[in-house]
Structures are given as structure tokens and as C-alpha cells.
Design a protein around this ligand. Structure first.
Ligand SMILES: C[S@@+](CC[C@H](N)C(=O)[O-])C[C@H]1O[C@@H](n2cnc3c(N)ncnc32)[C@H](O)[C@@H]1O
Length: 252
């Protein structure tokens, strides 16, 4: 596996992403129960440091996760001791037993190239019981952008966990080939640990709304609605671009 400082330094990542997960978890719980009201056994692919696993357990789910980064999984196991988390690569993953729902937020899915994304969605479609919900968060490109490349964007925020204060700067830095863009992530320790800056560059796949809708349909998912990152279930989006959260159901 390639070094990936943004995730290999999981404690810094975890401090930077330590905001209250309740609005996201409430929304995911609503989306999953809209598919199967009695859903219990749910999966978080790309679970990272387990930010949402414990929150889903608190909402009555038995949440399992997988991620390919061992440092992130180590933090996830501490953060969500009741959840089963395993190391796996979404590009080759197959479900061991059927799940009653799945969710993947914060753009994690865009790490997969186009072929791997199709393979993963197919495996997920087979791994969910019919009617199960799938809540997917990702940044969508403009329909008429150059080759689906989103405009350069930057997000910057400061967050802390257990006295460790970290600034995160996340930028999209330009095209990296057909439907691929470069991203840059910087984590800077502000206080609570020796000052340092961790910089990572990696490639993400770009998706327009039409492309992700077609990929979901090909894997057997029907879209119920698209929302923004305010996680307001009463405000579905009509302009499907930028940071969105898709609620879909398995048709199989
Ligand atoms: C931005 S983090 C998001 C973590 C989590 N979804 C959340 O909401 O907090 C993305 C995660 O995806 C994982 N990841 C990237 N590519 C992957 C792959 N091919 N298979 C499994 N995990 C992967 C990374 O290791 C990282 O932990």
C-alpha cells in the first residue's frame, strides 16, 4: 500500500475530524430506516477512524466497518469497541453476510478509480438485502465542467480532540487525467503536541450527478433523494453539484 500521510497519521486526522457526528448519524439512521425500518446490521465501508461507528451503535444499529488503512482502524477500534472493523480494500471487497444498510460519507468513495468504483458498488449491491438503504456522501463535479473536473476549491478548519488542536486545509488542485483530480490535504498541529505539518497529495475520481446516478443504477440501486451537507431531510436538492449526500435503496 502506498504511504498516505493524511490517514497514516490517524490521530491527527481524528482530531481534525472530531466535530459532533450527531447530525450525520441522525441523517444516516433516517436514510437506512427509510429503506428497512428494522435495519440493525449495517456496514460502513471506508470507516476510517470510526467517527460514525459509535454514533450508529448509539442509535440502535450493529455497525461494522472496513478500511484499508491499519492506523485508521486502530483508532476506530478504540473509538467504537463494540463494532467489528476489519482491514479490506473496497476495490476487491465482497460481503461475508448480507447487510441491512450501508453508508460512506466525506467523499471517501472518490478514492476509488472508475473501474474499482463499479466493482465496489456491484459487490455492495450483492451484499445488501433487498430494500436496504445506502447513504453515500461525495463531492459532485459540474455537469459541463471540463471533463467533469470540479472547480478548484479549498476548505479550512481547526478542530481538537483530547487537547490536540489541529488545522486541516483541504484543496482540490487540478486535473490528473480523465475524470481524475489531484487533492492536497494538510494537517498542522496547532497545540497539544510538537508543532508539525503533514502534507499529502492524492488522486480522486470525479463524478457528475448523471455519472453517479448511472453507476448506482447499474449496481441495482434506486435513488430516493439527494441532500446537502446540512443533512436536512426536509430539503432535498434539485441542483446536484458540490458536496451532496445521496440516499439510495437496493432493488435486488
Ligand atoms: C476521508 S476518510 C473518511 C472516513 C469515514 N468515512 C468518515 O466519515 O469519517 C477516507 C477513508 O477511506 C479509506 N480508503 C481509501 N481508499 C480505500 C479503499 N480502496 N478501500 C478501503 N478504504 C479506503 C482511507 O484509508 C480513509 O480512512
Amino acid at each position: 500500500m502506498q504511504p498516505h500521510p493524511f490517514y497514516d497519521r490517524a490521530l491527527l486526522y481524528d482530531a481534525a475530524f472530531s466535530w459532533d457526528p450527531a447530525p450525520e448519524a441522525d441523517f444516516v439512521a433516517w436514510g437506512l430506516r427509510g429503506g428497512l425500518p428494522g435495519a440493525v446490521r449495517v456496514l460502513e465501508p471506508f470507516c476510517g477512524a470510526g467517527r460514525l461507528l459509535a454514533a450508529m451503535e448509539q442509535r440502535g444499529f450493529r455497525a461494522e466497518g472496513f478500511d484499508r488503512n491499519p492506523a485508521m482502524l486502530e483508532v476506530a477500534r478504540r473509538r467504537a469497541p463494540r463494532s467489528r472493523v476489519v482491514q479490506a480494500d473496497a476495490a476487491v471487497w465482497e460481503a461475508e453476510a448480507p447487510y441491512e444498510g450501508a453508508y460512506a460519507l466525506i467523499d471517501s468513495f472518490r478514492h476509488l478509480g472508475m473501474d474499482a468504483a463499479a466493482t465496489f458498488l456491484g459487490a455492495l449491491g450483492r451484499g445488501l438485502v433487498p430494500g436496504a438503504g445506502f447513504v453515500l456522501g461525495l463531492d459532485l463535479a459540474e455537469e459541463d465542467g471540463v471533463d467533469g473536473i470540479p472547480l478548484a476549491s479549498e476548505e479550512r478548519w481547526t478542530s481538537s480532540r483530547d487537547g490536540l488542536v489541529v488545522e486541516c486545509v483541504y484543496r482540490s488542485t487540478g486535473p490528473a487525467g480523465k475524470r481524475r483530480e489531484w487533492a492536497e490535504a494538510r494537517l498542522r498541529v496547532i497545540s497539544g503536541a510538537p508543532r508539525e505539518e503533514v502534507v499529502d497529495h492524492y488522486v480522486l475520481t470525479t463524478w457528475t450527478w448523471a455519472q453517479i446516478e448511472a453507476a448506482l443504477a447499474a449496481a441495482g440501486f434506486r435513488v430516493r433523494g439527494v441532500y446537502d451537507r446540512r443533512y436536512d431531510r426536509d430539503r432535498p436538492l434539485t441542483n446536484r453539484v458540490g458536496g451532496v449526500v445521496v440516499v439510495a435503496y437496493s432493488k435486488r
